[in-house]
Design a protein around this ligand. Structure first.
Ligand code: NDP
Length: 492
């Protein structure tokens, strides 16, 4: 069994901590991948100090050379694609097809960021004074902390680490405790790609100790966090008190609107994919279907049939359509939300329990579940379940659908199924989410397109795409006066 190590100042080091956590396959709890020693606060401090020491030299490395190392990391990710996909499926539980998709997204992001290293451009601005001009340059921030969740343990770290490095920052990366193996492998590949000592550091430790130490360290100038609202908001409060820059991508309660003219087959298949793919453990998962009354009976009947037909099992089997919840705690949370739905008076149409038998008994499998007649005040219409549970809310028309969809604290993703152009444009205008899809699932995104949410979901700049480097750079404004003379008059 592997014992995972921290990576500090270019060396793999064993933690002194006696607190350990087993890395367990959620599809089969007899399968232990390795052991994490939860890093101490002192070890977390060492990682931040190593990153601070490495900053001066890394910031003065020309950006295209930094990009070349990230491009090499992309090539290595590609070379080790299948190996990483297998680890990801075993560690997190998603299907092998989903893992391969996540790997491809990570490679694409790293390639995109490597290219951006040649475009770290500023503006030249004509001055209102003769023989003067002004321009801007983008500069790195310093030490950046990348704190990531377990549900996309390859893609999310890569989409933070790659732009942070290209921009000239040094990084302390703290992955989720549940997914250390993928975190270690990513850092090994960046090391092999030629990252100098101290530029990228890895700390495997609990959020409440090692994570807390990192985000509160005065040398950490920026924090890019993806995870739950409870943690993200606390971290934002703490870090902003000392003026650190913070970017948080947090929860979602993503609606799909299904109008009377929708292509029903497409709407059902896309909603099933969005709701039950990755076992519902996606920030962009479809968790609310807002359906107009006239087609609601047909939609509910068909989505329930599709849910019941989902092939549940270990993700390594290529026939599997849905894997387990990530661990016992998440599994219990999902089942408890199913109880809440029942108690609040929603109608459980299918699922609603643990999936057992046929190789499932040693894993945390929940049957894909659909609740009908959910009302906007119910907890299963408002709170993130992060499991394969879909709430159907019936509405009379498009206007009510928009109002119900927007009646939510989160604002990550959404979609609509209709062929009515006027409704599509009104939907795009009025829906309160950072991303939206037309006639496709709420899930999915591309490496070169910005990603992120509004309202209670997102704080700070959008990740990925043309905006990926905004968070990781600071704009310096430069005025050049080549008159050689004292300036007359006032300039602010
Ligand atoms: P958590 O918020 O529990 O954890 C996220 C990360 O923060 C982990 O590395 C965790 O460490 C760390 N952490 C926990 N407490 C602290 C602390 N006090 N200080 C510093 N770091 C801390 O989220 P989950 O891992 O459970 O991920 C699921 C959540 O992520 C869902 O809400 C989901 O919606 C959201 N998410 C959002 C996305 C988006 O783009 N909007 C994308 C993907 C997920 P540890 O593991 O040790 O607890």
């Amino acid at each position: 069994m592997s014992t995972y190590q921290n990576f500090i100042a270019g060396k793999w080091v064993q933690s002194n901590s006696s607190k350990t956590v087993a890395n367990t396959n959620p599809a089969n709890t007899d399968d232990i991948l390795g052991l994490v020693h939860l890093a101490t606060r002192e070890e977390a401090r060492q990682a931040v100090e190593a990153a601070a020491d490495a900053f001066r030299s890394w910031r003065s490395t020309p950006a295209p050379r930094r990009g070349r190392i990230v491009a090499q990391a992309a090539r290595l990710l590609e070379e080790h694609n299948e190996e990483l996909a297998q680890i990801l499926t075993r560690e997190e539980g998603k299907t092998i097809a989903e893992s391969r998709g996540e790997l491809q997204r990570s490679i694409n992001v790293a390639e995109f960021c490597a290219g951006e290293s040649r475009r770290l451009t500023g503006e030249t601005i004509p001055s209102e004074l003769p023989l003067n001009f002004a321009y801007t340059i983008k500069q790195p921030l310093g030490v950046v902390a990348c704190v990531t969740p377990w549900n996309f343990p390859v893609a999310i770290p890569v989409w933070k680490i790659a732009p942070a490095l290209v921009a000239g920052n040094t990084v302390v990366f703290k992955p989720a405790t549940l997914t250390p193996a993928t975190g270690v492998r990513i850092v090994e590949l960046f090391e092999k790609a030629g990252i100098p000592p101290g530029v990228l550091n890895l700390i495997l430790g609990s959020g409440s100790e090692a994570g807390d130490e990192i985000i509160n360290h005065p040398a950490v100038k920026a924090i890019s966090f993806t995870g739950s609202n409870a943690v993200g908001i606390r971290l934002y409060e703490q870090a902003s008190r000392r003026g650190a820059k913070v970017q948080c991508e947090m929860g979602g309660k993503n609606p799909v609107l299904i109008m009377e003219d929708a292509d029903m087959e497409l709407a059902v298949e896309s909603t099933a994919q969005g709701a039950f793919g990755s076992s519902g453990q996606r920030c962009t998962a479809t968790s609310r279907a807002v359906v107009v009354n006239s087609i609601a009976d047909e939609f509910v009947e068909r989505i329930a049939k599709r849910a019941e037909s989902m092939r549940i099992g270990a993700g390594v089997d290529p026939q599997t359509e849905m894997g387990p919840s990530v661990d016992e705690s998440q599994f219990k949370t999902v089942l408890s939300y199913i109880d809440v739905g029942r108690e609040d008076g929603a109608t459980l149409v299918c699922g609603g329990s643990r999936a057992t038998g046929d190789g499932l008994d040693k894993g945390y499998f929940v049957r894909p579940s659909v609740f009908d007649h959910v009302t906007p005040d119910m907890r299963i219409a408002r709170e993130e379940v992060f499991g394969p549970v879909l709430s159907v809310l019936r509405v009379k028309d498009f206007d009510e659908a928009i109002q119900v969809a927007n009646d939510c604290e989160y604002g990550l993703s959404s979609s609509i199924f209709t062929n009515d152009a006027a409704r599509i444009f009104r939907f795009v205008d009025e829906i309160e989410t950072g991303m939206t899809h037309i006639n496709s699932p709420t899930t999915g995104g591309e490496a070169h397109v910005p990603f992120g949410g509004t309202k209670g979901t997102g704080i700070g700049d959008r990740e990925q795409g043309s905006t990926a480097l905004d968070f990781y750079t600071e704009l310096k404004i430069v005025y050049v006066d080549y008159t050689g003379q004292k300036r007359e008059g006032n300039l602010y």
